[in-house]
Design a protein around this ligand. Sequence first.
Ligand code: GLP
Length: 241
Amino acid sequence: MNILTFDSDDKLNEAGAGIITGVVQTNKRAVLGLATGGTPVGLYKHVVSDFNRGMFSFKNVTTFNLDEYIGLPDEHPESYRSYMRQHLFDHIDIPLSQAHIPNGNAPDPKAECARFDEMIEDAGQIDLQLLGLGHNGHIGFNEPAHALIRGTHVVDLAEETRQANARFFDSIEQVPSQAITMGVGTILKAKMILLVVKGADKADIVQRALQGPITTDCPASLLQTHPHLVVLLDRTAAEKL
Ligand code: GLP
């Protein structure tokens, strides 16, 4: 595992964006796994400005997002579909038909999960999977549990996850209670994983995830088993390591 710590948020975002754009520059047909949440917003901004310099294209890139809420209309500002358009897809040249996000409004969510896994399978290996980290150690929406599920599945969100995400909604009642998430097995199959964590409120969970026991009680601890894990931390998130 390669851990890099940054004093400046901008430098961290620049480094993260550089890793993503590096993958796309070396492989025009790269397959990227993307994440949402507050953490990668600044990083996507840098990807967009790198793209605007005209050095590379996303025309042949395929992306898979980690997760999506169940039951939010696509055009809801807090759906991950809206998030991705707002922060990345509307500013680069990726055809939306190649930018895959689980459909949280599918009439049969189980069938949607199977469809999503099939698409990932058909695309071959994910070259780079970007991840944030939940306060309880969740990755994507894989919450702490006795057993973790390998493939894409429907998940009941933990109360603390709904509370953490309530800041994006008018009230906690509006935060959906279920989501579709890529499974930990799929995440771990990526060639390279880029975990990005910011903030003192994540210092404890960063320590547990990266140095604690490998346990399903902290899904991110499974990342310790990955052969090519790069972790970008700001100074405060790294303070318990
Ligand atoms: C959210 C997302 C995760 C994200 C995590 C941390 O609920 N499902 O993919 O990494 O929680 O979010 P944030 O970056 O806003 O702290």
